[in-house]
Design a protein around this ligand. Structure first.
Ligand SMILES: NC(=O)c1ccc[n+]([C@@H]2O[C@H](COP(=O)([O-])OP(=O)(O)OC[C@H]3O[C@@H](n4cnc5c(N)ncnc54)[C@H](O)[C@@H]3O)[C@@H](O)[C@H]2O)c1
Length: 371
């Protein structure tokens, strides 16, 4: 199959969908890979490395879309890319169709095959192509929190781990899923005194078993949250209720109970945030202050560490991309239920219920198109 890797053009997106190591794998399986010039630059991969791995570098995004049977990307196509997409071209990338009606209509009108990273799903309902970015964001939440706790950055001026003779800081993590677990592990590694709250007792039991001794688990409810915020220097929001807006576990009135300079990192900002006063920020201007409390609410945290994020993402996407290339999308999806759930649009038909429901479009049974 002919694979095309365009350079991401969304604002501040430095990730790339395929590394030179990925090119080597495609070549081993007899495929041809075209990479747009400087596509890997933002993640630290030069054109020469792709060429050495066997890819051909193309000078423009138009040339990549023109030649490729499968386009592998990171972010959803933006408007200037719509007309480059060809009928029956396979696009394997994040789409998030349910949050963009124009994108949905554009893909239907281009009659492409759209396989969305975010809906590839395992039998245990986990989302293998979202997990790596949650892992990055969870770990980063502690770096960022530690940085903004510094006095010159308007924080409390407290070192997470303390020093001999000085108590460590208290870190509260709301939600003990992928983000919360990684955040707690990082904070614990720095020597902080960590509390994770969740509403799932099985999850709290699990965390209790595997976390180091400086991590405590507490059931998440309003009373416990009100108690803990009084003493926490860093609070990480990592709650998710699938398919719903995040609940506001920290309300505006609670800010006055926090110490001045407390830092809130609301990783759940992409679902509306679990802190009432959360509003999305960017890497250029990541924080704002309300009632002396520092809010960090960057919606694409992994974008700040594109090298790590690219490797984490491509480690997860490559095995699926290889199946699509080796078998063709239809056979690969017939034989792999996880990949089949990634199908959102096939030609001019919507085959994913969440997308059809979001925009009032007819839903076509994917099986009839795979038969
Ligand atoms: N800002 C970013 O750059 C970025 C990057 C990756 C992920 N995220 C977001 O981070 C959030 C968390 O993702 P995840 O992968 O960890 O999800 P997850 O499903 O693995 O974990 C969510 C956890 O929240 C718990 N929860 C639900 N209601 C709760 C409540 N009332 N109190 C406490 N815990 C509660 C669940 O039991 C679950 O354990 C999501 O909104 C995700 O989209 C943001």
């Amino acid at each position: 199959m002919i694979i095309g890797v365009p350079k991401e053009i969304k604002n501040n997106e430095n990730r790339v969908a395929l590394t030179p190591a990925g090119v080597t794998e495609f070549k081993k399986h007899g495929h041809t890979v075209y990479v747009q010039t400087s596509a890997g630059e933002g993640s630290g991969f030069a054109d020469a490395e792709y060429e050495k791995a066997g890819a051909t570098i193309l000078p423009s995004i138009e040339a990549v879309y023109e030649i490729a049977e499968m386009i592998i990307k990171v972010k959803e196509p933006i408007e200037s890319e719509y007309t480059l997409i060809k009928e029956n071209q396979l696009l394997f990338t994040y789409f998030h169709f349910a949050s963009s009606e124009p994108l949905t209509h554009a893909m239907i009108s281009r009659k492409a095959i759209c396989l969305a990273y975010e809906t590839v799903e395992k039998a245990d309902r986990s989302l293998p192509l979202l997990v790596p970015m949650s892992e990055v964001a969870g770990r980063m939440a502690i770096h960022e929190g530690a940085k903004y706790l510094e006095k010159p950055l308007k924080g409390r001026g407290i070192l997470l781990g303390g020093v001999p003779g000085v108590r460590p800081a208290n870190v509260l993590v709301l939600g003990g899923g992928v983000v919360g677990m990684q955040a707690a592990r990082m904070a614990a590694g720095l020597g902080a005194n960590v509390t994770i709250m969740d509403v799932s007792l099985p999850r709290l039991r699990y965390l209790n078993e595997i976390m180091p001794a400086n991590v405590n688990t507490v059931y998440s409810n309003e009373y416990n949250i009100r108690e803990h915020i009084k003493h926490a220097s860093l609070i990480v929001g990592a709650v998710l209720i699938p398919g719903a807006k995040a609940p506001h576990l920290i309300t505006r009135d609670m800010l006055k109970d926090m110490n001045p300079g407390t830092v809130l990192v609301d990783v759940a900002v992409d679902q509306g945030g679990c802190i009432e006063t959360c509003k999305p920020t960017t890497h250029e201007n990541p924080t704002y202050i309300i009632d002396d409390v520092v809010h960090y609410c960057v919606a694409n945290m992994p974008g700040a560490v594109p090298y790590t994020s690219t490797l984490a993402l491509t480690n997860a996407t490559l095995p699926y991309a290889l199946q699509l290339a080796n078998k063709g999308w239809a056979k690969a999806c017939r034989e792999n239920a996880e990949l089949k759930l990634g199908l959102n649009v096939i030609g001019d038909k919507v085959v994913y219920k969440g997308v059809a429901d979001a925009w009032g479009l007819p839903l076509t049974d994917v099986e009839t198109l795979l038969a």
